[in-house]
Design a protein around this ligand. Structure first.
Ligand code: FE2
Length: 411
């Protein structure tokens, strides 16, 4: 396959890209097509590595409004509504919704997904169908699954045993939810337990950590200290960490230094954090986000996820990674020109690093020939116009084609 006339990752000059046997084989201007070679005209548009969705809930997606809508817009009402949904959760239901959501994501050029599976369920109802989905979609999307003890490891009956059962069943990462545990001590202890499980089963770690506007919620320091102590380091991710938006500056400064040393990844979910955050404030209302800008400037790897697609925690969402970036650059004050141009990295390279994909990810000769063409010459324009992904290519195979909408002014 030859992709002609594209600007690779905001490059000023256009280039051509050749993919042979599923691998990037040549990147240079004005390459000539070989006999019978498939040619895609990039029309001077932007070429990026595939979008990565590093944080989404595949078991709850597409359930918004069932059995009821989350009218308070709080995390806690969301958890209560999903508990009410659980009796109607069946393997077929989970599978059907997850497949629909993953196809939606694929249509927007996402080729890598990290999905959290709620394991606060004695029957682990969603786990087996999602393990099946992971296998069945492998040709068009890579899925990692995180065992997510949504209602706690110590505060939910047999929480640790359920986490270990999920680890044995073949998840890719161990999760946690320490701020939901009954006490601070239980929160810290739950982090120790989940890190033990990760070490025992040699798994990645991705913890819903301090997702609360409470400056006293400080489980992230425990996770970071253990990431250092165990050597798991960059295999560990903390998602949300929204309490950091409420920490005193002196403490945040100390904590960020620890995160740098521990090489922890942070995943912020700007859409859901803005939606759920600040709900207990009158005025001033907090934004509910972690310190994205300060973390990134200090050298911490920060990625953005969409988190929830039409479920009790997010009534909107459509699997398009432009949306969390758009919200994130506003919410985190990343609206300088270079910041806007670079902001695609939150949902490409940075997200790939959090998922430990970096060796097989990126537009470089020798790497898997996977990329997307976005209908704009650079990411600033893509973000401004909410440009669609016109072509999604995976290992040299065209997965999805979208024609941009055209408006004709009739005056
Ligand atoms: Fe989440």
């Amino acid at each position: 396959m030859l992709i002609r006339n594209v600007h690779i990752e905001n490059a000023a000059e256009p280039s051509d890209v050749r993919i042979e046997r599923g691998v990037f084989s040549e990147i240079a201007p004005l390459l000539l097509p070989a006999d019978g070679e498939q040619v895609i005209d990039g029309e001077g548009n932007l070429l990026l590595p595939p979008f990565v969705e590093p944080h989404v809930h595949l078991d709850s997606c597409l359930t918004a409004g069932t059995p009821r809508w989350n009218e308070s817009g709080t995390l806690f009402e969301g958890i209560a509504i999903f508990s009410e949904y659980k009796p109607r959760l069946t393997p077929d239901d989970v599978k059907e919704r997850a497949m629909r959501a993953l196809r939606m994501m694929a249509s927007h050029g996402i080729q890598h997904v990290r999905g959290h599976v709620d394991v606060s369920d004695p029957h682990l109802t969603a786990l087996e169908p999602l393990l099946e989905v992971r296998r069945e979609v492998a040709d068009f999307i890579d899925v990692q699954l995180v065992a997510f003890p949504q209602e706690g490891i110590l505060s939910f009956p047999d929480g640790e045993a359920l986490l270990r059962r999920a680890a044995e069943a073949g998840v890719d990462a161990v999760g946690g939810c320490p701020h939901i545990e009954h006490t601070r001590d239980m929160g810290a202890e739950s982090v120790r337990i989940l890190m033990d499980v990760a070490c025992d089963y040699d798994l990645l770690v991705d913890v819903h950590c301090d997702e609360i506007d409470d400056p006293a919620s400080r489980n992230l320091e425990v996770l970071a200290a253990l990431a250092l102590e165990t050597g798991l380091a960059e295999r560990v991710t903390a998602s949300h960490t929204t309490a950091m938006g409420s920490y005193p500056d002196a403490y945040a400064s100390k904590l960020i230094q620890l995160l740098v040393r521990a090489q922890l990844n942070i995943i912020s979910n700007p859409l859901v954090n803005m939606h759920l955050g600040g709900r207990f404030d009158t005025y001033p209302k907090r934004r509910g986000l972690t310190r994205v800008k300060e973390l990134a400037e200090a050298g911490v790897n920060v990625a953005f996820g969409e988190d929830d697609l039409q479920d009790p925690w997010h009534p909107l969402g459509n699997g398009d990674m432009i949306d969390p970036v758009f919200m994130g650059v506003y919410a985190a004050h990343l609206t300088g020109y270079d910041q806007l141009q670079d902001s695609y990295r939150f949902v490409t390279h940075n997200a790939a690093r959090a998922l430990h994909l970096q060796d097989s990810y990126g537009i470089e000769v020798g790497k898997p020939g996977s990329c997307v063409i976005v209908a704009a010459p650079n990411f600033y324009e893509a973000l401004r116009t909410h440009a669609p992904v016109t072509h999604s290519v995976r290992r040299g195979q065209l997965l999805a084609v979208t024609s941009p909408a055209k408006t004709k002014l009739l005056f």
